[in-house]
Design a protein around this ligand. Structure first.
Ligand SMILES: [Zn+2]
Length: 275
């Protein structure tokens, strides 16, 4: 039997699935998710999907929009997908017409670090879309089999070639309209205290809190966390923050006027702002 060509969009897929759920093509090679973190890894694939979600899902309120059909084919058997309500469930789901497999779409978690060194904060300038050319903290999608802290440290290594010591959780955001959660940790540079641009960064730099270029920071989640972080620094002790980021319909991810932090909890901790 002639093997079908790899799916151009998703490429490698986890071993649990045999078919691309969008294009009804199977890969010629199946690669487990615990692969190396180079430019061909699942991490980058996830980031491409992230870009797609940022672009497409902000056009309507997720709470009010009808549930869209996000795939056409079953990734188990290649059968067609219909939106149906399985027995004992209230929600419409992606259900395979052939084998009955229910393909769940759930929010994804982004993890990252606000890294401090000698009173300055490590930022990376993005080499890839979305928000190419803008500054951010090292962050990306959590991988399967990984703890949130390990994922945050890995992303810092990938994007800034920096080894870090995770100090404490700092901010948790929900962004329902794009189906994402964010968990950002406080961290400090570990010996040898070196950093340089990783494959997804053009530039890496330590900024004094007062010099953070907020007009050039990518993503509402990151600018919100950095503003609170600099405020906590000035106040002399840290909080743990939680909130919901509500975005304006159709707004770009870095538009400071296009989102609001709602339901913000700032829980005081006994942690000093001095690392
Ligand atoms: Zn199926």
């Amino acid at each position: 039997m002639r093997l079908p060509t790899p799916c151009a969009r998703l490429g490698q897929i986890p071993l649990a699935y045999q078919w691309c759920r969008r294009h009804l093509r199977a890969p010629t090679t199946l690669t487990p998710m615990s692969m190396s973190y180079d430019g061909t890894s699942m991490g980058l694939k996830h980031k491409e999907l992230h870009k797609e979600q940022e672009t497409t899902s902000s056009s309507a309120s997720a709470a009010q929009a009808p549930k869209p059909q996000l795939s056409n084919f079953c990734r188990k058997c290649g059968g067609t997908i219909s939106m149906r309500r399985p027995p004992s469930e209230n929600e419409l789901r992606h259900v395979c017409d052939a084998c009955g497999y229910v393909d769940y779409y759930n929010p994804k978690l982004v993890v990252g670090c606000i890294v401090e060194h000698e009173g300055r904060i490590l930022l990376c300038r993005r080499a890839i879309e979305p928000c190419k050319g803008l500054w951010t903290v090292p962050a990306g999608f959590l991988e399967m089999g990984e703890s949130t802290a390990a994922g945050a440290a890995r992303e810092t290594w990938e994007e800034a070639n920096a080894r870090v010591e995770i100090m404490a959780p700092y901010a948790h955001w929900d962004i329902p309209v794009i189906g994402q959660g964010y968990l950002l940790f406080r961290a400090r540079l570990a010996a040898p205290h070196s950093f340089s641009p990783g494959i997804e960064s053009i530039e890496t730099e330590l900024f004094e809190p007062k010099d953070i270029p907020f007009d050039k920071v990518a993503f509402s989640s990151i600018s919100t966390a950095l503003r609170l972080y600099t405020s906590d620094l000035a106040e002399g002790h840290f909080h743990i923050h939680h909130g919901v980021i509500v975005k304006k319909a159709g707004a770009p991810p870095n538009d400071p006027a296009a989102f609001q932090l709602m339901d913000h909890f700032a829980i005081p901790t006994s942690i000093s702002s001095r690392l």
